[in-house]
Write a protein that binds this ligand. Sequence first.
Ligand code: TLP
Length: 351
Amino acid sequence: MKVIDLRSDTVTLPTPAMRQAMYEAECGDDVWGEDPTVGRLERMAAQVTGKEAAVFVVSGTMGNLTAVLSWCGRGDEAIVGDQAHVFLNEAGGASALGGVAYHTAPNDERGRLAPRDVEAAIRADNIHYPRTGLVCLENTHNRCSGAVLTPQDTRAVAEVAHRHGIPVHLDGARLFNAAVYLGIPARELTKDVDSVSFCLSKGLCAPIGSLLCGSGEFIRKARRIRKMLGGGMRQVGVIAAAGIVALEAMVDRLAEDHQNAHRLAVGLAGIPGIRLDPERVQTNIVIFQWKLGLAPELIAGLGQRGVKASYMGGDQVRMVTHHGVTAQDIEDALTVAADVAQSFRAAGVSR
Ligand code: TLP
């Protein structure tokens, strides 16, 4: 049985060009700053985000954690969206490891934070209050169906934060999906933030790795935190080499994933029992509601027919398009989804 894996773009495999580059990579001890391939990747990342410097980290989670711990001290608060990955899906790392509290503000359905809510969440200077150390944004927004923040959305929040002397970190795990959707360079989306992390191992297909970018001073601090977290890596040019191919060759093709996601969304929206507004799907993430209840059972039913999806809690199901999924796979997945949904309706399976 053919498997169409729509659980996440994290399931992408390294391309033949990446494996070749990994084989040939020039290496050194990166903790000593001696791996030329890592150096090259970090310079590329800084350039593409318009920042002075960058540091290579193991994962998106480590990139965000390193950023929060570099900006905040123990007892500080970081303002985050209530649907943010850093808040919901990173095991509370900033609190557990850095004594940093998360102060949530509501994300709207497009993953935005309202500037007035951010302003209201910023603590006044008072000995009774924690200090607000950071504001975090996310672009594209995972829980909000891969919604894109525009440069204006980002600037509106950054203006408020900066007026209060507070830095802004962007979780740009899928930054290039946002840039490709808007048809603008990634640095347009990062120019108003003080630090940004982006992932190489999602839609860009590298096997491992993320970059954290910011000012030279910030990145010097971040290197110390990365070391403290156990993220100092040695001959890691073998991995960085795949990241270089990811940035050079895999960005523009993200448009294909977006087209496939749109087609998937339109098809799913036509299946009775599924609720979804295809116009909300801007990039490669499709989240729908299964109105008959028992979404985990629906996911299991799809899985038995070779279509893998992920569960987002409640009645929500997520499907993510990526390099390993073709336009024909989308048509096949839709046929399976229509059949499985029909069999659930026929059996009267509901909550
Ligand atoms: N997201 C993963 C899961 O953790 C949910 C996925 O399948 O989408 N920021 C954002 C916005 C993310 O979506 C993710 C991963 C991360 C950070 C963390 O990246 P990794 O998995 O590299 O630690």
